[in-house]
Design a binder for this molecule. Sequence first.
Ligand code: GRF
Length: 178
Amino acid sequence: MIGVLVSGTGTNLQALLDARLPVSAVASNRRDAPALARARDLPTEAFELRDYENRAARDAAMADWLHAHGVRIVVLAGYMHLLTPAFLERFPDAVVNVHPSLLPAFPGAHAVEEQLAAGVAESGATVHLVDEGIDSGPILAQERVPVRANDTPETLHARIKEIEHALLPRVVGELCAR
Ligand code: GRF
C-alpha cells in the first residue's frame, strides 16, 4: 500500500490515482492543501507542525498514522517539508520524491525559477529515494525536457509536470512490484 504526502495542488497525487496504484492514505503538513480534496473517499489527515512539540514528534505521529493504514511505500508528491530520521527509519528505502530538475542540479524549493535564471537549455524531472538531505538520495529515474527562449516559471513548470505525471506512477509501480 502507498501513502502519499502532499502540500500543494496535488497533480502528481492525481496521476498516481489515475494510474490506479494502491494508494491507501493521503497526508499533508497543511490542513488547507488543495491536494487533499483529490483524495476523495481515501483517508486523509493533516499533521501541522504547530500541533506538535517538534518535527520529530510530528513525523512520528504521521508515520504511525500511515502504518495504521497499511502503508509500506511513501510518495512525496509536492510535499514541502524535510522529513526527520524519526520518519525515514520507519520506511527504510521506501520513501520517494519527485523533483522538477535534473538532480543533483537545482535542488530546493525554487528549482524552476533558478533553472531559468541560470539560463539552462534543458530541464527535466527526477524521481529519487529520500534521505535526510534536501532533494538528495539515490536517483531512480530522470527524464529531460527542453527549455524554450520565452519560458516563464509557469510554462516551464507545466512542461516538467507533464513528464512527472508519467514518470512518477511508472517508478512507483516498479517499486510496488519489487
Ligand atoms: C512538482 O513539480 C514536484 O516535482 C515538486 O512539487 C511540485 C508538486 O506539484 N516537488 P503537485 O502538487 O503535484 O501539482
